[in-house]
Design a protein around this ligand. Structure first.
Ligand code: KIV
Length: 289
């Protein structure tokens, strides 16, 4: 994929503010899968800040402002306490930091489950206040009516099945799902219900591989795997996991870098130079002309 931004300075009512390049759109993402085949897998990473978005955007098709920001940014024990304010603020930063990817924002726990109407209010607020293009919500069959309600009213929805972290208190932990026939059937039914309701893509998280493959073959819209299968139509990881910001990561994460060590060693160098007064040096100081 080209990472060169093209300058498009022509204005129109559909494009009133000149953009460096045209963003991908939700229909383009949905239509990456044709007749059950996705030739070029979808690339999604989480992003929470403008600078992180700038760095990830040229390499991704989608940026997910995940409610994982609860743990990653705020040090919370789960995604349960994440608020609408957190999601709108971080999503707006990610939109400001990106030009290319479709930005999807997670609906936080408690903002959509009570009724389709409540979900519409929350989703509309997320999109209005952030400029993101779509929302993601967790749950399958139980959420199908809500997904249909949102999509029919102009809000693109990404589904999320399998291990759904907002349900951690019901599930009892973050273990892989789909090991029993009943669980496997439920996950498949959930995915089909979401696609019929109009979800443009479905995250399949933490399920045994055969189930991820069955779901991918069963639904027309793209599946995006995390702890699922390379045969999903795309993949997502929490960027901070992938970059090695945490010491321990789940089995499904590949640490492509060890940024935690880089940051810690760099801070140690700075601290040593402050303490031995070698920083600031002549290059960092202003002198009288
Ligand atoms: O919140 C999040 O980051 C997510 C991804 C792990 C899919 O939902």
């Amino acid at each position: 994929m080209s990472t060169t931004f093209k300058l498009d300075t022509s204005t129109s009512r559909a494009n009133p503010t000149p953009q460096p390049m045209r963003r991908l759109t939700v229909p383009k993402i949905r239509n990456r899968k044709v007749d059950g085949v996705t030739e070029e897998p979808l690339v999604m990473l989480t992003a929470y800040t403008a600078r992180q978005a700038q760095l990830l955007d040229p390499h991704c098709d989608l940026l997910l402002v995940g409610d994982s920001l609860g743990q990653v940014i705020y040090g919370l024990p789960s995604t349960i306490p994440v608020t609408m304010e957190m999601m709108t603020n971080h999503a707006a930063a990610v939109v400001r930091g990106s030009y290319h990817s479709v930005v999807v924002v997670d609906m936080p726990f408690g903002s959509y489950e009570t009724s389709p109407e409540d979900a519409f209010d929350s989703a509309a607020r997320l999109l209005k206040e952030s400029g993101a293009a779509a929302v993601k919500l967790e749950g399958g069959e139980a959420m199908a009516e809500t997904v249909e309600f949102l999509v029919k009213r102009g809000i693109p929805v990404m589904g999320h099945v399998g291990l759904t972290p907002q349900a951690v208190n019901v599930l009892g932990g973050y273990g892989a799902r789909g090991r029993s026939d009943a669980e496997a059937e439920k996950i498949l039914g959930d995915a089909k219900a979401l696609e019929q309701a109009g979800a443009f893509a479905i995250v399949v998280e933490g399920v045994i591989e055969p189930i991820a493959i069955s779901v991918t073959m069963a639904v027309e819209c793209p599946t995006i795997g995390i702890g699922a299968s390379a045969r999903c139509d795309g993949q997502v990881l929490v960027s901070d996991d992938m970059l090695g910001m945490f010491d321990r990561v789940p089995r499904f994460v590949k640490r492509y870098e060890d940024l935690a060590t880089t940051i810690s060693e760099t801070a140690a160098k700075y601290a040593a130079e402050v303490r031995d007064r070698s920083f600031p040096g002549p290059d960092q100081l202003y002198q009288p002309k």
